[in-house]
Design a protein around this ligand. Sequence first.
Ligand code: FMN
Length: 440
Amino acid sequence: MTEAVRTLRDELVGRGLVDGLPAAFLAGITRFGRPPQEELDRLAADVAGLAGRLASGETGDGDLPLLTRVLYVAGHADLLAAHGVLSPAYDVLGSFRDNLARPLGPRLPERPTTRRRWPLLGRTVGFPIGIPACVLNGSEAWVRHNVANGWNVLTYKTVRGRAHPPNEQPNWVVAARETASLAPGADADVVADPWDWAAPGSAAISSVNSFGVPSPEPAEWMADLSRALAAVGDEQLLLVSVMGEGEDLAADFARTALMAQEAGATVVELNLSCPNTLSTSGVKPPLCLDADATVAVVEHVRRSLDDRTGLVAKLSWLDEQRLSALVPRLAPLVDGIAGINTVQSRVRRSDGSATFPGRELAGLSGIAVRDPALDFTRRLVALRDAGGARFDVLAMGGVTDPTSFEALIAAGAGAVQSAAGAFADPLLAQKCITELGETL
Ligand SMILES: Cc1cc2nc3c(=O)[nH]c(=O)nc-3n(C[C@H](O)[C@H](O)[C@H](O)COP(=O)(O)O)c2cc1C
């Protein structure tokens, strides 16, 4: 039996947790709705069998996948990390607030590093892999955790100029049926149930999310951001993503970007591509589909910030016509262009009801958007080079293993980030550094 299964079993038995596992697991599985009865019965039988084997000491190596899922869903993911077992890096059953202070998943005893440095946005960084703006970078605690695991290019989760609550839970659901990439530009019709699961470490991960860009109030995030910036070293770059709202959108973007700069940010990223903004008539399309509004925002922010503060525009996947119209207008204003954001998609449960109650549309990412991200990056780099522009490309979308990381670097990205891939495998940066650190 692997050491991890044995030590986990000993701890569960020693702390008297085994008897409560089936009920805690089933409460987690049904937290946001009931799976079909047949599936529920099968899961109940599986967890009862596992609890029996844990109690009698008959667990074996084959139990690790189920034990991992059961402990994660039952709220014991911290035990998995403590025993060196991979688990998803975020508690999708917990609230946005609960997760802010509590990074999940294993933490390496020694930070993976390389001797070489790479140029990025006027600085140099260690191995150019990171985690983009998302809840995995929502606070100082997460930034410290990610740095310890070898992630060097981090973007602090999008914040706003006033406090904003998250959408109703669930906010983040594994899209277990999306195990291959969509074609660039294809419409996605996703079926995803809140109880779906992907094995940690899986390179075939896709997910859908509908957080609605929650934000603490500025006094809170500015203080936290200052501490996060102080916590990163020479090998890392911490960008800060901001978003404006309201009638005078460009002015609110600029006001929020100035708050980030005041807190110490040296590079501000503008979230021009959010697929989860609610309006009275439903979920709105991403801002960057409107080139004039996008350029107005970027111009206003560039004028407002200090010249020394770097500026990055984050875009969604855009078709040929839209991207080639927008990039020449953005190029003189920015130091970098990031993309792609999640792909706005129609998302339903297997019974046809809404996965995210009240929101038909949500953001799809992970392997499902790998080809769109590669296509976007190639076209973006070609447009940059054809126009003689000098901005860096921060590429993301579907990076779940070293090969998909390397493909975006080969396409011309200065650095590559992973959200869904980092959720499924918090040790993905280490894997990429081990495999490519000497040769990239
Ligand atoms: C749970 C979740 C939350 C996200 N939140 C944000 C956000 O606040 N701001 C933003 O610009 N992008 C956000 N994103 C998009 C990611 O930064 C990234 O662009 C996208 O997920 C594609 O990368 P991936 O395929 O590696 O997930 C979020 C993505 C996920 C999965």
